[in-house]
Every structure is written in structure tokens, then in C-alpha cells.
Design a protein around this ligand. Structure first.
Ligand code: AMP
Length: 598
């Protein structure tokens, strides 16, 4: 078995490693450290976050840097501020027994003057996000013309985030002879291009197989109806009482909505997305780290660089647009040799995406049943019994014991246990008792057949026709309605077509693949307090005659037949829609749906 002593690291690093409690090098450390400490070379390492890659490049970098010389010798580029700060902290811990070695973090959203003065005082290692780094170079606040090592960390993420040109500009300010070490979780074409263009015969190492998720992660999927996604999410959380998770949604709006619903239903949840200020995001992240938040509902962009150990579950509330993104999501769990579970909630029509992901990660998914209400009750009951058993006794209650004994006098031990457990358990039982099975049935089942005929009779296998309860009276024409649907759902330019605007309602088509997201987006969706209702039309494309079959939904509670408020300004097309004002949730409506335990 390899130990840190055999890798060629100097005593001050070994001492720091002991302080950190690392007993044995991780796979990427075993592979990378001897190479990087040996002859000067470029390196491409395929490794996920959580595999110990910061130390894999950090230890050799620290050992190779000359702390007696003040100029910047090593530059680490990382995709996010979060990750930049984490790398900086780690490097500082690793270098704690090396006097004179200074590491400075350079990232957006903080004072550039303060960062510039830290650099001026001397920083042999600079950890930076590409945008701020380029800014500092342009303003002449940093000199990287003499660096010996450049590390591109999470290169795939940096490229995903559109930093290609920034990286290119930054590298053009570095000497040709420097060594480049590139770390990436996946190896898309764009990363190979960087490796080819900017690196010199790099040595390649791979941890696990190429593009594969860390082997400590178990992948599971749950098949639910598109309208049951949220209920399924709650059940997955309730079936894991100790869950500490990141829940991924595709859009900021979904992310906010799911987090709000979870909070209202009594879960320790919070949203993390790009519409929050940096301060708000910092606060959310700090509560998450302290485990005050059990369910962090995040978009892919906001979750980049989340580097929190101990995340027990990643829940894919929706699958990502880019299937490759799944690897980044699942890599948030199963870190540092721990076990993790990545769960995916899918509808039947998304099932083929699971096999696509299996090919990419080269790991199998297990089909699991969404737990039934009674299964959850049983799990919660035993979790409660264990919690009681493991709770440390607070002896401050001793003085009240005689009086408590008086109150509970006459109860047998069995009765007492039943009563204590019922205090907590009652809430779960009352909620889950008699709830239905959420597992989406097989295609042969009645429900699914109904769903199919609904989807296919109105259109064809590839395209779905929808009814929407807004029309020209609401200020829409075909163009503005198309924009409204597309912007609200977050679809591409040509994803909505055959828009047919009538007086008080309209029709449109989308590809079948977009059906779930469209129906889900417009599920209980309101603008200015009015429900905007979308459903699959039973009419063929363009053959609508007479009244829409979906009319029954006008009778939904909360739907007002009164003239909608669009005509106050109508939908103003691109940029004209005041989302902040209009895309509001109606708390009164939600409290009626409330099913929580809070
Ligand atoms: P990273 O992949 O660099 O983000 O590392 C993930 C976590 O693993 C960090 O919290 C490190 O401190 C920790 N870590 C790194 N190397 C080891 C090791 N050899 N043994 C135990 N923990 C480690």
C-alpha cells in the first residue's frame, strides 16, 4: 500500500498531511504526485472533484516553488469563486510549515484594490477565476510573465462557463516554457483542443475510467408522472431522514419554486441560483456547510464548485439539458472516499436518457420504486426510535423529574413509548396515510395509455398540440405568444410552432420531448394572480372547431373567468415582460395545498 512517505514529498508537507489527518494518498494523488515531482512535464488528469485532486497538484506545486523568491511562480485557474477560495484554503493548509510561501485568491465580487495590494506584497501562488484574472492583467495589477506552473482546474467546467477566450488571453501572458497541469472531470472535445493547443506532450492519467463518475456513487432512478415530480421529491427526502443533499433543477425559476415549496412544507431547504446576490449565496452556502440546510436546491451554474463533503444524496429533480452535466451533478456526492447516492426523478418519456447517461458514466442505474406512504412511515418510525435511543440525556431536566413523573404517573413503559413516538410520528402518519402510489405505471396500464392517446391523437408521435387559455383578447398575437411560451419554459428559438391564436384561447405545438417540461412549467402557473392553463389538446393541429375540450379546467378553484390583466400592457415580447412582478406565487393558494410536517 502506497503511503505519503513513498511519494517523494518533503518533511514540511508530510507534517502538514499528518495534521490534516490524511492517512493514505488517494488514487489521483498516487498517480499524479510522483509524475509532477519528477521530470518537468505537462499533465492531463481526468479526475472528479472529491477525489483529492487539489492535493494532487497542490503538494507538488508547493514543493517546487521557491519561497525565498517573491514573484508569482504558480497560477491556478478555477471556474468559480467558491472553488477558488476552497483551493486557496487547502493550499494554505498544505503549506503551513513553509515559511514565506504566500497564496492569494483572485476572484470577482470582492475588492480588486485589496486583491492587488495582496499581490503586491508577494504571492508565489495565485488562485484565480478567469474573469477577474484577465481584468487584473489588463489593469497591470498582476505579473504572470515569470510563472513556472499553470494549473487549469475543472477545465471542462471553465469551458462550459464560456471562459475559453479568457483562458486563451491569460495563457498568452505566461511564458512558453512554463508547465501546464490540466485537471478535468470529463474530456469533451473542447478540453482536448485546449490540451493540444496549449500543452506540450502532456502525460495523461485517469482516475476510474474516462468520463466516469466516482465509483463510490450509486445511481438510482425513479419513474414518476410529470405532475408528481415534487411529491416524489418529498418522498425521497422523507425516506432518508438524515439526508444532506443537493437537488438540481434546470432553471432558476424551478429552483426557486421547488425551494419555496419545500420550505413551506417544513423542510430545511434553500435555493441557490444566479438571481441571488453574492451575499445571499454566501449566506446559503455557509448555512449548508453547517448543515442547517438539508436540501440545497440549485441550478447547475450556481452549484459549480460546491465543495462540501458529506453530501449524502444528489437528487436530479429534472435531468440536465446536456447529459454530460450529470457527471458534475453526481460528483457532488461520494466525495473523499465516502459513499453517495445520485437519484434521478424521470418521467416515462425521459427513460431513454438514462441509458444514454449510463453509456457516458459507464455505470449502471438501478430502477427504484418511489416509496409508498406506509414505507415512509415505517422508516420514520424507526429513525425516531433510534434518535431517542441515541440522544444524550440532558441532566438539566433532572430537577423537573419528580414533577414530570407526577404528570406521567400511571402510564406503563409500553404506553409511554407509544405516546412519545406518536408525538412525532403522528405528523407523518396523518399525511401519508392513504396517499396513492406515485410510481408511473407501465405503458400497458390504463393511466399511461390515457396519457399516450392524449399526447398522440392530437398530433403525432413526434409533436404535441396544446391548448392554452390566453388569446388575442389578452394582447397576444402568434409571435408574442410564441415568445411568451418559449421564455417562460426556457425553450429554444424554434421549439414552439404552429401557434394559432384565437380570441380567448390559443393552440400551439412542440416536439414530444418538450411535453413534460411545458406541462410542468404551466402546472398551477399564475400571472398577475390568474392561472395560465396549458394542456394537451385533443384536437388535431390546426383543425380546431368550436370550444376547447380543456374547458373544464376553467372551473378549477382559483381560476377567474374575468378579463385577464394582460391587456393592461399585454405581453411585450422580448424583454418587455415584467417577470419579477408577474411570476409570483400565490401563498394563499399554496397554503391550501400545504402538506408539510413543519
Ligand atoms: P478535492 O478533490 O481536492 O476537492 O478533495 C476533496 C476532499 O478530500 C477535501 O476536503 C480534501 O481535504 C480531502 N482529501 C484530499 N486528499 C485526501 C486524502 N489523501 N485522505 C483523506 N482526505 C483527503
Amino acid at each position: 500500500m502506497s503511503t505519503f512517505d513513498t511519494l517523494g514529498l518533503d518533511a514540511p508537507l508530510i507534517q502538514a498531511i499528518q495534521d490534516l489527518g490524511f492517512t493514505k494518498p488517494s488514487e489521483v494523488q498516487q498517480k499524479a504526485i510522483p509524475i509532477l515531482l519528477g521530470e518537468e512535464t505537462d499533465l492531463v488528469a481526468l479526475a472528479q472533484t472529491g477525489t483529492g485532486k487539489t492535493a494532487a497538484f497542490g503538494f507538488p506545486l508547493i514543493q517546487k516553488i521557491d519561497p525565498s523568491r517573491k514573484h508569482t511562480q504558480g497560477l491556478i485557474l478555477s471556474p468559480t469563486r467558491e472553488l477558488c477560495l476552497q483551493i486557496t484554503n487547502e493550499i494554505k493548509l498544505y503549506a503551513k510549515y513553509i515559511p514565506g510561501l504566500h497564496t492569494v485568491a483572485i476572484y470577482g465580487g470582492a475588492s480588486i484594490t485589496e486583491q492587488a495590494s495582496q499581490i503586491k506584497r508577494g504571492a508565489q501562488i495565485v488562485v484565480a477565476t478567469p474573469g477577474r484574472m484577465k481584468d487584473m492583467i489588463n489593469r497591470g495589477l498582476i505579473n504572470i510573465t515569470q510563472i513556472d506552473y499553470c494549473i487549469l482546474d475543472e477545465a471542462d467546467e471553465m469551458l462550459n462557463m464560456g471562459f475559453y477566450e479568457d483562458i486563451q488571453d491569460i495563457l498568452s501572458n505566461t511564458p512558453k516554457e512554463k508547465r501546464t497541469w490540466l485537471f478535468s472531470a470529463t474530456m469533451p472535445k473542447e478540453v482536448s483542443v485546449i490540451a493540444k493547443k496549449f500543452m506540450n506532450q502532456p502525460v495523461e492519467i485517469t482516475v476510474g475510467s474516462k468520463n466516469s463518475g466516482a465509483s463510490t456513487i450509486v445511481h438510482e432512478y425513479y419513474v414518476a408522472g410529470s405532475r408528481d415530480r415534487y411529491q416524489a421529491l418529498k418522498r425521497l427526502a422523507d425516506a432518508h431522514p438524515e439526508i444532506f443533499s443537493v437537488v438540481f433543477c434546470r432553471t432558476k425559476r424551478d429552483c426557486q419554486k421547488v425551494a419555496e415549496n419545500l420550505i413551506e412544507d417544513g423542510y430545511n431547504a434553500a435555493a441557490l441560483h444566479g438571481d441571488l446576490s453574492q451575499n445571499q449565496r454566501d449566506l446559503v452556502m455557509s448555512s449548508f456547510r453547517k448543515k442547517q440546510i438539508q436540501m440545497l436546491v440549485a441550478t447547475d451554474v450556481a452549484a459549480r464548485g460546491i465543495d462540501v463533503d458529506d453530501i449524502t444524496h444528489v437528487i436530479n429533480y429534472q435531468l440536465p439539458d446536456e447529459i454530460e452535466t450529470y457527471t458534475h451533478r453526481s460528483g457532488r456526492t461520494g466525495r473523499a472516499g465516502k459513499e453517495g447516492v445520485s437519484m434521478v426523478i424521470v418521467t416515462r418519456s425521459e427513460l431513454r436518457k438514462i441509458s444514454h447517461i449510463e453509456k457516458i458514466i459507464q455505470q449502471k442505474f438501478t430502477l427504484k420504486n418511489i416509496p409508498t406512504g406506509m414505507e415512509i412511515c415505517e422508516i420514520q418510525l424507526f429513525a425516531l426510535a433510534n434518535k431517542i435511543k441515541n440522544t444524550e440525556i440532558n441532566h438539566d431536566v433532572d430537577e423537573y423529574l419528580p414533577k414530570i413523573n407526577e404528570v406521567l404517573d400511571g402510564l406503563t413503559k409500553e404506553e409511554l413509548i407509544k405516546k412519545i413516538v406518536s408525538v412525532e410520528f403522528g405528523r407523518f402518519y396523518n399525511y401519508y396515510n392513504k396517499t396513492r402510489d406515485l410510481n408511473a405505471s407501465e405503458p400497458s396500464d390504463r393511466g399511461d395509455r390515457a396519457e399516450r392517446s392524449e399526447g398522440y391523437s392530437s398530433s403525432n408521435a413526434d409533436s404535441v398540440r396544446y391548448f392554452i387559455n390566453v388569446g388575442s383578447r389578452d394582447g397576444f398575437n402568434w409571435g408574442t405568444l410564441k415568445d411568451f411560451i418559449r421564455d417562460t419554459v426556457g425553450l429554444g428559438k424554434d421549439d414552439v410552432y404552429k401557434v394559432d391564436v384565437k380570441d380567448s384561447f390559443s393552440f400551439f405545438n412542440s416536439d414530444t420531448t418538450a411535453k413534460d417540461i411545458i406541462l410542468e412549467t404551466f402546472h398551477e402557473f399564475k400571472v398577475d394572480g390568474r392561472f395560465i392553463n396549458v394542456e394537451v389538446s385533443t384536437e388535431g393541429p390546426g383543425n380546431f372547431k368550436g370550444k376547447p375540450k380543456g374547458k373544464r379546467d376553467f372551473d378549477r378553484p382559483g381560476f377567474k373567468k374575468s378579463k385577464p390583466s394582460f391587456d393592461k400592457g399585454g405581453y411585450q415580447g422580448k424583454g418587455g415582460f415584467d417577470k419579477k412582478k408577474k411570476f409570483e406565487f400565490d401563498p394563499a393558494k399554496k397554503s391550501k395545498r400545504r402538506q408539510g410536517f413543519g
